[in-house]
Design a protein around this ligand. Structure first.
Ligand code: GLA
Length: 401
């Protein structure tokens, strides 16, 4: 159910009164800068036209009630406090509680709200449906309680908040969900968080295709994710121990500011064991690709954009070990189908790829992926859920109804 009139009717039928506001919180695709946000390194995601739509009405007590029109997610209701008991692991309501608890800890006693929501962001597909949910649940509390905050502060707070579900996530998803602007990707820098628009030129189309394998942020993918964050920290420690003139160098950003990528890869190769050496090489080379991608986008150079995507995929597959055979197959099919390049996007181990092509090639690319990937798997029903041209979209909005 995405039609606003229907959603308003559902709200009024459930709560006996019409909703006051609508929140729209987008999903995202990451163009470049994968698995480096939690190392404090800059990334370049883009908000997409798929989003969570949430209608709400303030309450005067500390209760939050959220009904979801998606059948697999039943209604959740809880009291706001600085210590909210989580639902069982994997429950969708934990993203709501994550936002609520973080805001209650930061701002004290809060009034709640009644809501009805829906989402057309495919779940567990690497398009950040869960961060969109977290942001969508936070906005009514900000509005109802007139909290003194801004987008940057909120993005930082909600990035930490999501650790409530047990993932040691970085801050990319919440930042782009809140800070994106239409027609542009978003460069996100960390420590402290900063956001700036990076326009996507008309000559570049972005196609998203799902591998049809779910990557549950609260399931198996979480263990891999948390392991990688640990490996990155260990690799950093070992490299720092071997850096001469260490003064002021204590993080990935300060390391990269002092040495170029090739020097660091060489250093990593000398001081790290096999796995850590490869993880470190991914981090360092991916950071360099973010800078290259900005230049390529600014120049509207679709061929270079494609090369960068291909290199990133190879690095995520071979060094970071977060690809799957389906994601590899999809990226190969995309390139064979006319994309200038493609790579897995999001945390990996399932989810989607992102491909770049000239706009006039998008239709042929989609046809080619349909024939090569989805038809053989009898997965052409609701194909636009899995395969679509992503439009660079604006960040979260809150409007009166
Ligand atoms: C998930 C996390 C992000 C980021 C990506 C990988 O989406 O939520 O913070 O680390 O994985 O780039």
């Amino acid at each position: 159910m995405t039609d606003l009139t229907e959603l308003i009717a559902a709200f009024t039928a459930r709560y006996g009164e019409p909703p006051a506001n609508v929140v729209r919180a987008p999903g995202r695709v990451n163009l470049i800068g994968e698995h480096i946000d939690y190392n404090g390194l800059s990334v370049l995601p883009m908000a997409i036209q798929r989003r969570v739509t949430l209608l709400f009405r303030p309450r005067t007590d500390p209760i939050v009630r959220i009904a979801n029109t998606q059948k697999e997610f039943s209604t959740r209701s809880f009291a706001l406090s600085a210590e909210i008991e989580p639902y069982p692991e994997g429950d969708w309501g934990n993203y709501l509680k994550a936002a609520a608890q973080a805001l209650a800890q930061q701002f004290g006693a809060l009034s709640g709200f009644d809501a009805v929501m829906t989402s057309d962001i495919p779940v567990a597909s690497g398009l950040s449906s869960s961060s969109a949910l977290t942001v969508a649940a936070a906005m009514p509390l900000v509005e109802v309680n007139r909290l003194d905050t801004d987008r940057t502060m909120l993005a930082e707070l909600l990035a930490r908040a999501e650790r409530y579900v047990g993932t040691e996530g970085g801050g990319m998803d919440q930042a782009v969900c809140l800070g994106a602007s239409e027609g542009a990707a978003l460069r996100v820098d960390f420590e402290p968080l900063r956001m700036s628009a990076a326009p996507i030129p008309n000559g570049i189309a972005i196609v998203v295709a799902s591998s049809l394998v779910r990557a549950e942020k609260s399931g198996a993918a979480r263990d891999m994710y948390n392991r990688r964050t640990r490996e990155c920290r260990e690799a950093l420690e070992a490299v720092l121990g071997n850096v001469k003139k260490r003064k002021g160098i204590d993080s990935y950003p300060t390391l990269l500011a002092k040495f170029d990528a090739a020097e660091l890869v060489e250093l990593g190769d000398t001081v790290l064991g096999d796995d850590l050496r490869r993880r470190f090489r991914h981090v360092v080379s991916e950071a360099a690709r973010v800078t290259r991608m900005e230049t390529a986008l600014a120049a509207g150079d679709v061929a270079e954009v494609g090369r960068i995507l291909n290199e990133s995929h190879a690095s995520l597959r071979d060094d970071y070990a977060v690809s799957t055979s389906e994601l590899d197959e999809l990226t190969e099919l995309a390139v064979a189908g006319g994309a200038s390049g493609a790579r897995l996007t999001g945390a990996g181990l399932g989810g989607c790829i992102v491909a770049a092509c000239p706009p006039k090639g998008a239709e042929a690319l989609i046809e080619s992926l349909t024939e090569g990937f989805y038809q053989p798997r009898s997965a052409t029903k609701d194909l636009d859920q899995h395969l679509f041209v992503a439009r660079p979209s604006g960040g979260t909005s809150v409007e009166p109804l």
